[in-house]
Design a binder for this molecule. Structure first.
Ligand SMILES: *Cc1c(COP(=O)(O)O)cnc(C)c1O
Length: 474
């Protein structure tokens, strides 16, 4: 014990550390209390370490001041760095909700940043010099892309549906098929959103079959609107019947009721030309006469998180005046990213190649194979302790979109000669830029569909480091 007392007296004093040159340097750029907190924490760690020393370790214990200072600087830098940061998505799930869904096109970086790091015309009309509307920036573009008379955007599609119901069907009945009472992960369930929006749910038909006459029988004095919800994350197959958009619009016209469609993933592109399942497009629903369509900004559209509402002007105008709009209003950062994405659809020679989500979904099998081969080459030439192989497999769309669609892909399968897949997977996650892969039957699988070419070298460096750790027995 006496010896430990000697060790405690070796612990550096806070004031002495603060006078060290390297610490004085970081004090110039950082808040003093913030740095002091890290100095104290690191000193406390040494004290704890001494307390835990075994008798036979006391003799050889030393306080390495240089090391202490390096640790302090490292912990300051670590806490300063943003916790929300990039990861490499090697899962092949394109719209991975946990990894941030759609990626914003790099090319929009400058214009987005220009609009948000300066004052902007967010709600200012430059021509008149008077107050403007934040929706004006996207309204015209959305009109051109979807054929809708009017448009607005809110925080996400869940909010969009809530706003539509609360504006168009408060205290009224909303007729919806029992086959479409969707739950979209988290807490979004059609019946509950309905309740929040102050609308009364009137279910019709059965899980597998709903007919025109089911709707007609349910229509009465209290009916506010007819709702169609796209069953984006599941499919009812077999003995089924759904009322088509044309039929729904016809019923709406006959009984003078508005029709609303929550299309969920909301794509503007017909994916069937790429051999992928056809998702309903927004412009088709508008063309067929649906009054209001809502969809997500960060699913198949490939933009930022947002809820987009397009349709007849009289309904959209009423939504803009709804007090709820203020609570779910879109932020300028999101608006800038959304406007940029929409203008890409409008002007790009080939939006499928420029919008990252679309590019990743529409790779041909040859493109994927070539990309996989390139990653394979990068890895095989730098790693000694890993077995690297190529294997055919499938990627998923994710984000609750196209649940039955499996996209053919080429996977890189890696195995370490000693360490198991769980150990490797954890080290990959803990890397400077975390690499998130899949594990299947004791193999690590990397799917190049969602990996950028410029990330190949980052993955290589990550695995080289892991090889070193494995050799060091850590
Ligand atoms: C995804 C989805 C939603 C929720 O959209 P968010 O933008 O995630 O809020 C609502 N309805 C349908 C049909 C969906 O697919």
């Amino acid at each position: 014990m006496a010896d430990k007392r000697r060790l405690f007296s070796l612990i550096p004093k806070v004031d002495d550390i603060l006078n060290e040159e390297r610490i004085m340097e970081i004090l110039e750029d950082n808040n003093r209390d913030f740095v002091v907190k890290h100095v104290r924490q690191n000193i406390e760690n040494i004290r704890k370490h001494i307390v835990e020393l075994k008798d036979n370790e006391i003799e050889s214990f030393k306080v390495d001041e240089d090391m202490v200072i390096s640790n302090i600087i490292e912990s300051v830098e670590k806490e300063k760095a943003m916790n929300l940061r990039r990861v490499i998505n090697a899962t092949g799930v394109v719209l991975h909700t946990n990894l941030g869904r759609a990626l914003i096109n790099d090319e929009l970086k400058n214009s987005i940043w220009d609009a948000v790091s300066n004052y902007s015309n967010l709600e200012y009309n430059i021509e008149t010099g008077k107050r403007g509307s934040r929706y004006s920036h996207i309204e015209e573009v959305l009109g051109q892309l979807t054929g809708a008379e009017s448009a607005m955007v809110v925080n996400n599609n869940a909010a969009a549906v809530l706003l539509v119901l609360s504006t168009m069907a408060k205290n009224k009945e909303v007729i919806v098929s029992r086959g479409q009472l969707v739950e979209i992960g988290g807490a979004f369930r059609v019946p509950e959103v309905m309740e929040q929006g102050g609308a009364l749910l009137k279910e019709v038909g059965t899980t597998n079959k709903t007919h025109v006459w089911d709707y007609e029988n349910a229509i009465g004095e209290e009916t506010g609107l007819l709702l169609k919800v796209h069953t984006s994350n599941y499919k009812v197959v077999g003995f089924t019947k759904e009322v088509s958009i044309d039929e729904l619009v016809e019923i709406g016209n006959k009984y003078n009721l508005p029709t609303v469609e929550d299309i969920g993933s909301g794509t503007l592109v017909d994916f069937s030309k790429y051999g992928i399942i056809k998702e309903p497009t927004v412009q088709e629903s508008i063309k067929k006469g649906i009054d209001v369509v809502t969809f997500s900004g960060d699913k198949l559209l490939g933009g930022p998180q947002a809820g987009i509402i397009v349709g007849k002007k009289k309904y959209i105008d009423a939504m803009k005046k709804n007090p709820l709009t203020r609570a779910i209003r879109i932020d300028k950062l999101t608006l800038a990213a959304l406007e940029g994405t929409l203008r890409t659809y409008l002007s790009a020679k080939n939006p499928e190649k420029e919008i990252p989500t679309l590019r990743m979904l529409t790779y041909s099998h040859e493109e994927i194979s070539e990309k996989a081969h390139n990653l394979y080459e990068v890895l095989i030439n730098s790693l000694k302790d890993f077995l690297i192989e190529k294997e055919e497999g499938y990627s998923q769309v994710g984000g609750g979109s196209m649940p039955t669609e499996y996209l053919k892909t080429t996977l890189i399968k890696i195995n370490h000669k000693e360490k198991n897949a769980n150990w490797i997977e954890k080290k990959m996650r803990e890397s400077n830029i975390p690499v998130i892969g899949r594990i299947s039957e004791e193999n690590i699988l990397l799917d190049v569909r969602t990996i950028k070419e410029e990330e190949f070298n980052i993955i290589k460096t990550c695995l080289v480091e892991i090889e070193k750790m494995a050799q060091g027995g850590k």
